[in-house]
Design a protein around this ligand. Structure first.
Ligand SMILES: *Cc1c(COP(=O)(O)O)cnc(C)c1O
Length: 239
């Protein structure tokens, strides 16, 4: 194995062990949690190694980096998740490779995603990004719709051709009542997911937890964790 492959294998094993332990502590099956490796800022060669090591879900947050990377890895059996704030003028490109968009947070984005999914003949799995630090009806600083806006947006996604409503996503807030209270934040997201599933029973996915707080997310009931740093290392630049 190359040095990089040895390093990624060790990091991956460590993350795997953390998820397994967190599942055991929560009385959950390991299979209930999907690991998504966030490969932003890292090269396509790392994505290729991760695929060889058995990773099946990767995530990116900037289209200009993700599009060439996904193209370079088109031969790999990977599902691509888009997790960054998404401008409508990037939607056509993103729909070209993303199986899931986890940052759906406004009407116009739903309209654009549906239009481009139809044009591309693809179905895009959508997570509504929830901002737990926004006011009841505002939007979060880092994207996301306030809890009060979920229901309406979910209805739009559910009715949009080419889109599938898969669930909810959040990033633990740095400000507001949930700052420093990751598990409480993720439990709130689970409650919102329970509400969502009354109207949309198939929208069962809950994406929460990153390198620093994946245990809290698994404890709260997350179905997807998004892990970057703990697998790939500290990012060379902000991303
Ligand atoms: C970068 C990023 C992650 C991964 O964060 P790490 O702390 O590196 O694990 C997860 N989710 C989103 C939305 C991100 O942008």
């Amino acid at each position: 194995m190359t040095d990089r492959k040895t390093e990624l294998a060790a990091n991956l094993a460590n993350v795997e062990q953390r998820i397994t332990a967190a599942c055991a502590a929560a009385g959950r099956e390991r299979e209930e949690v999907t690991l998504i490796v966030v490969t932003k800022t890292y090269p396509a060669s790392d994505v290729r190694i991760l695929s060889e090591l058995g990773v099946r879900h990767v995530a990116e947050n900037r289209d200009q980096d993700a599009a060439p990377k996904a193209a370079a890895c088109a031969d790999l059996p990977l599902k691509w998740h888009f997790v960054g704030q998404l401008q409508t003028n990037k939607v056509r490109s993103v729909v070209g490779y993303a199986d899931f968009v986890q940052s759906v947070d406004r009407d116009r984005l739903v309209t654009a995603l549906s239009k481009e999914a139809g044009r591309a003949g693809r179905e895009v799995g959508c997570f509504i990004q929830v901002a737990l630090d926004a006011g009841e009806s505002a939007r979060g600083e880092r994207g996301g719709v306030a809890p009060g806006g979920i229901e309406e947006l979910a209805g739009l996604v559910a009715g949009a051709p080419g889109l599938r409503l898969d669930g909810l996503m959040t990033v633990a807030p740095l400000t507001g009542e949930y700052a420093g209270r990751e598990q409480a934040a993720f439990e709130r997201l689970m409650d919102l997911s329970t509400d969502l599933r009354r109207a949309h029973p198939a929208a069962t996915m809950v994406s929460a937890g990153m390198s620093a707080d994946l245990e809290q997310a698994v404890a709260a009931g997350a179905t997807h964790v998004r892990v970057g740093t703990a697998v790939l290392g500290v990012r060379p630049r902000l991303g």
